[in-house]
Design a protein around this ligand. Structure first.
Ligand SMILES: Nc1nc2c(ncn2[C@@H]2O[C@H](COP(=O)(O)OP(=O)(O)OP(=O)(O)O)[C@@H](O)[C@H]2O)c(=O)[nH]1
Ligand SMILES: [Mg+2]
Length: 302
């Protein structure tokens, strides 16, 4: 039996549903999801099997016009994820259609002109009427030569199986890269840090989620089968620390409980999670913070 294996990069504007799709494909929550833009900061791999094919999905940060060093590093990571892939899937939002942001992405894809297979996935079809979808499919295909167009709802699962089957057949022949039961190559300490960042992003408002980062500082297995996880949250300002802690520490407590519950479910055992907050005005300019996030600091050079 010939096996197939390859990389499928999921790219698109922030909030398009890339991480939701990765999780749906893999069948587990490997990548964090929020209703806010710019949730994903680095490339996240998730592995799915379809027949004789092993599909390595690469979730990427959303593509937008970057302002800060972190934004530039994120966008660079997304494009390099696309460059390394056998197939690129561009996700767009059905209800937003062919936006300026999508046009900019198509311009870059055209400039790259790599002859790579690029498929279109119109996501969030649960939010629109079918007439809208047909018109959008036509407009998109007049703008760019997509190999195939899929209409999906990553959240509801519509069309996801068809897309997976098609991708499985589009990958090159070759041996599988990962053991059969592996879902991701993200280290557990990174997954845990991302879970906490998701809860922070959901709970905190305005600029705050974009001005913090979470790192797992230690991971200790205990004799009773539980695990102790210590994480540091870096914030840029004193005021942010106060907001994050909340009155009597109630905000950080709620965040910690939510993150711990998710980590316990993921690991299937008891977790003791300890969060600390450190004010570090310059963390967005520190190379080590980027490598901890899985980003290249130099990609952020202006
Ligand atoms: N209605 C609807 N909502 C969806 C669908 N797929 C994703 N969403 C929602 O869209 C929001 C963004 O989803 P994400 O998966 O985080 O989007 P993303 O493209 O990874 O975003 P970034 O990481 O910020 O680039 C979340 O609130 C999802 O629940 C869908 O098919 N239908
Ligand atoms: Mg994402």
């Amino acid at each position: 039996m010939t096996t197939r294996c390859g990389f499928v990069a999921l790219i698109g504007e922030p909030n398009a549903g890339k991480s939701t799709l990765l999780n749906a494909m893999v069948g587990a929550k490997v990548s964090i999801v929020t209703h806010k833009v710019q949730t994903t900061r680095a490339r996240i791999r998730g592995v799915a099997l379809e027949g004789e094919s092993q599909i390595v999905f690469v979730d990427t940060p959303g593509l937008f016009r970057p302002r800060r060093r972190l934004d530039r590093a994120m966008v660079a990571a997304a494009w390099s994820g696309a460059a390394d892939a056998d197939v690129v899937v561009l996700l767009i939002e059905a209800h937003r259609g062919l936006t300026d942001g999508v046009r900019a992405i198509l311009d870059t894809l055209r400039e790259r002109g790599s002859g790579q297979t690029v498929a279109l996935a119109i996501n969030k079809i649960d939010r629109v009427k079918s007439e809208t979808l047909l018109a959008l499919t036509q407009a998109m295909n007049e703008t760019f030569p997509f190999s195939e167009t899929f209409m999906i709802s990553a959240d509801k699962g519509y069309g996801v199986d068809d897309l997976r089957k098609w991708l499985a057949g589009a990958l090159p022949e070759g041996p599988w890269l990962y053991p059969e039961d592996q879902l991701s190559d993200l280290p557990m300490r990174m997954i845990a840090a991302e879970m906490t960042r998701e809860k922070l992003t959901l709970r905190l408002h305005q600029e705050l989620p974009y001005q913090l980062t979470v790192e797992t500082e230690s991971w200790q297995e205990r004799k009773d089968g539980s695990v102790r996880v210590d994480q540091m949250i870096y914030v840029a300002r004193d005021g942010h620390k106060g907001i994050l802690l909340g009155k009597g520490g109630e905000t950080i407590k709620a965040i910690s409980q939510a993150a711990r519950a998710e980590l316990e479910e993921f690991l299937g055992r008891k977790v003791h999670l300890f969060l600390q907050v450190k004010v570090r005005p310059n963390w967005l300019e520190e190379a080590e913070r980027y490598s901890e996030m899985g980003l290249d600091f130099r990609d952020g050079n202006g």
